[in-house]
Design a protein around this ligand. Structure first.
Ligand code: AMP
Length: 221
């Protein structure tokens, strides 16, 4: 009898888990932007200079709904049709890796994150690009005297303050280590947090600092 009840309960499990993949279930979005100088300036490196120099601008890594599980199905894969690609998307959401083309990178982001974002494929890219343009990190940081440089280091707090003053909200900052592996972190990715209804930014929940030291580099490239 107990065995019967257990198997009945287990039979109910897949639909319950599947329900958590619904776009209704996430809490907020991360819009993750990446500094090419930090992506390229690591041991792994990037495709530059083979594929031309990336724009001296933060590029989008992805728009990631939080606390949901995206499950790609055949119809999502079929929808991965990137025939109409704007110049803006090529510039603002570049693949920096030699291992994957921009198409590969976009497909990966759409399939892993976009399919449970609540946006259709066109909306996923359009809305991400529009949000990036609205909160222009590449303009915000120099206004606070934080400019790409090989020599300078900046207080992590001044990077965070600059973005908070400009946007009104706390962001999450992620650092990585340069090719030399030195201890000082470099500004790698900035995560803006966007409300679930997409209307406004919100304060990013903890942790707001990922692998950053108190002083960090903002590497030129
Ligand atoms: P995700 O799965 O969305 O966390 O993205 C991680 C994957 O994206 C890894 O395979 C990375 O190597 C790749 N990736 C991250 N940034 C870039 C970029 N700018 N260009 C190409 N691939 C990237």
């Amino acid at each position: 009898m107990t065995k019967l009840l257990l198997s009945a309960a287990l039979a109910l499990l897949p639909p319950l888990l599947a329900a958590s993949s619904s776009s209704e279930d996430f809490d907020y979005y991360y819009l993750v932007q990446q500094w090419p100088g930090a992506y390229c300036g690591t041991k792994q490196g990037c495709c530059f200079p083979d594929t031309g120099k990336p724009a001296e601008d933060f590029g989008i890594h992805g728009l990631w709904p939080q606390y949901t599980v995206c499950r790609r199905d055949a119809s999502d894969a079929a929808a991965a049709d990137f025939d109409i690609v704007s110049a803006t998307r090529k510039r603002d959401w570049p693949s920096l890796s030699c291992k994957n083309t921009a198409m590969d990178f976009w497909s990966h982001e759409w399939e892993k994150h976009g399919t449970c974002s609540g946006f259709d494929q066109h909306g996923y890219f359009q809305q991400s690009l529009a949000r990036k343009a609205r909160h222009n990190l590449t303009a915000i940081l120099p206004c606070a005297g934080i400019v790409p440089s090989d020599g300078a280091t900046y207080h992590l707090s001044s990077v965070r303050d600059a973005i908070r003053e400009a946007t009104g909200f706390e962001v999450t900052v992620e650092c990585n280590r340069g090719a030399s592996g030195r201890r000082v972190g470099q500004l790698y990715q900035v995560y803006l947090c966007v409300a679930r209804d997409w209307s406004v930014l919100i304060n990013c929940p903890e942790p707001v600092n990922r692998q950053c030291t108190d002083k960090i580099k903002f590497p030129a490239f």
